[in-house]
Write a protein that binds this ligand. Structure first.
Ligand SMILES: O=c1ccn([C@@H]2O[C@H](COP(=O)(O)OP(=O)(O)O[C@H]3O[C@H](CO)[C@@H](O)[C@H](O)[C@H]3O)[C@@H](O)[C@H]2O)c(=O)[nH]1
Length: 472
């Protein structure tokens, strides 16, 4: 039946932010590689980021983005360029105004289905009015989705309680209330726009055709099942980043081939296998100067080789004489790092991550044990999965889920050093963690290979859509 795939047309419309665009473009590539006719819908500035990472098998359809009309600087079309609440509100308003353009695109291209981001809930209504099924992409793990759902449904949320036990989940999961992402805290604050978008997304959640998950069944089987029982149909087609096989694919994933790739590879090639720690906190996480200084000292005191990605632009956190002292052991990358290239280099032996879902899954796919350092959003859920369920993580011990840099307790250099040394050590505990991580990495690769669970789930969805197309 898959030979009929070329007649099927899927339209992908990612939310414009690196953490959502990267996996959705990977997903689009996975379906294109199976012979589906795939179009990615985006705006001019985002098209220049996506273009280097796709080939002719995928069409890019570009619609204008009304930045200036909504009080944003010209060309400001991606959440990574948004500063402050006013801009965030304007960005979401500008996004909603794309409704009409989206409708015209559906009219002109008549795709057989659309895959759109959860942050674009209005796409459900537009697609439904045109009789086109909408698949949603959330960007989170099954575990995080189920935990968030259990929390939202629970009438017994008590603000002052220290601990929250998630009702109805397959495992006994408890977390400090301060670690839970509670959108209700946004009521009456400038971040209310996120709560509104989230509420809109939840309204259509059970009406969607289903969800495309960037995960694989055997990673979190109880939660993949629980998601389907509690929230709706879903296809686990990941880890999607594994579709980037060559170094060039891995490096152009965030846009142009970054200049740091060759420098990084040269540096890593000189290190022994499994000896280097890689530390990165995702596409948008910034730290206070004090925290950066503590990290810098902790890395240095660990006496282990490291690659550390720093997104802050200021550099007054750099301790005196630091650059010279670490010259032979450490590499600090400012801005954007070729993460997939680094994680999959033999020299890397451990990953310090903020537990964004993409990074968590990329670490799993690379077979690496991790130090977990969650900051906000779903990251504390992902930490639970990595540490308590999969047992491949060591917590650094953060207890407050907050976007506010100043509200975060400081992790001191000594704690950074201790966590890293435990991660990279060669005692029984560290070796066991390493063994499990390696095993998960192999499972991830098997899942996306022919006959694996993600390969099969992708095929099942394609066949179902082909059947549907024949019926309508
Ligand atoms: O220098 C960098 C930094 C990031 N990345 C890539 O960017 C993505 C980052 O995604 P993620 O690890 O999920 O982190 P965030 O950017 O922080 O992601 C946001 O979106 C995720 C998916 O919804 C959530 O799980 C997180 O909590 C939320 O912060 C990954 O693919 C990385 O490989 C790079 O390639 N180079």
């Amino acid at each position: 039946m898959i030979s009929e795939a070329s007649h099927l047309h899927m339209l992908f419309f990612p939310f414009m932010a690196p953490d959502h665009m990267l996996p959705m473009v990977d997903m689009a590539k996975i379906f294109a590689a199976r012979g589906i006719c795939v179009t990615i819908l985006t705006t001019p500035a985002n098209a220049t980021i996506i273009h280097p990472s796709i080939d002719d098998s995928i069409l890019l359809h570009i619609i204008p983005f009304p930045s200036v009309e909504f009080g944003l600087p010209s060309g400001c079309e991606n959440r990574s360029l948004i500063f402050g609440h006013d801009q965030l509100i304007n960005f979401f308003k500008a996004l909603s105004s794309l409704r009409h353009s989206f409708d015209y695109v559906l009219r002109d291209l008549s795709p057989d289905c659309v895959v759109t981001d959860m942050f674009l809930p209005w796409t459900y209504y537009v697609a439904t009015e045109r009789g086109i099924p909408r698949l949603v992409f959330h960007g989170s793990s099954n575990f995080a989705m189920c935990a968030a759902d259990a929390f939202e449904r629970c009438p017994l949320k008590v603000d002052k309680a220290q601990c929250f036990v998630f009702p109805g989940l397959p495992h006994h999961i408890e977390m400090l209330t301060t670690q839970i992402m509670d959108f209700n805290k946004f009521v009456g604050t400038p971040s209310e726009i996120i709560l509104e978008t989230f509420s809109e997304a939840m309204k259509v959640e059970s009406k969607n055709y289903g969800a495309l998950m960037n995960s694989f069944y055997v990673l979190e089987p109880e939660y993949a099942d629980h998601y389907r029982e509690a929230m709706g149909r879903a296809w686990n087609v990941g880890p999607v980043s594994l579709c980037n096989k060559e170094v060039t694919n891995k490096s152009t994933r965030g846009g142009e081939y970054p200049s740091s790739v060759n420098k990084c590879l040269k540096w890593l090639d000189k290190r022994p296998i499994g000896s280097v720690v890689y530390m990165c906190f995702g596409s948008g996480s910034l730290f206070s100067m004090e925290q950066l200084r503590e990290i810098a000292l902790g890395l240095e005191e660990s006496r282990l080789p490291f690659v550390w990605v720093v997104r802050n632009e200021r550099d007054d956190w750099i301790p005196k004489g630091y650059r010279e002292r670490i010259e032979d052991v450490g590499m600090v990358i400012r801005g954007w790092a070729p993460q997939l290239v680094i994680l999959n280099h033999d020299a890397i032996g451990g990953f310090v991550t903020h537990c964004g879902w993409n990074s968590s899954l990329e670490g799993i796919s690379a077979g690496l044990p991790m130090v977990t350092w969650p900051l906000y959003a779903d990251q504390f859920y992902n930490e639970k999965l990595l540490v308590d369920i999969l047992k491949v993580g060591i917590m650094v011990g953060l207890k407050v889920n907050t976007f506010n840099i100043e509200m975060r307790p400081i992790v001191e250099a000594k704690a950074v050093k201790t966590a890293i040394r435990r991660l990279m050590g060669d005692g029984i505990e560290a070796n066991e963690r390493r063994r499990r991580a390696k095993q998960l990495g192999e499972m991830a690769k098997r899942a996306v290979d022919k006959g694996g669970s993600s390969y099969e789930e992708t095929e099942n969805l394609i066949n179902e859509l082909i059947d549907r197309k024949k019926r309508v």
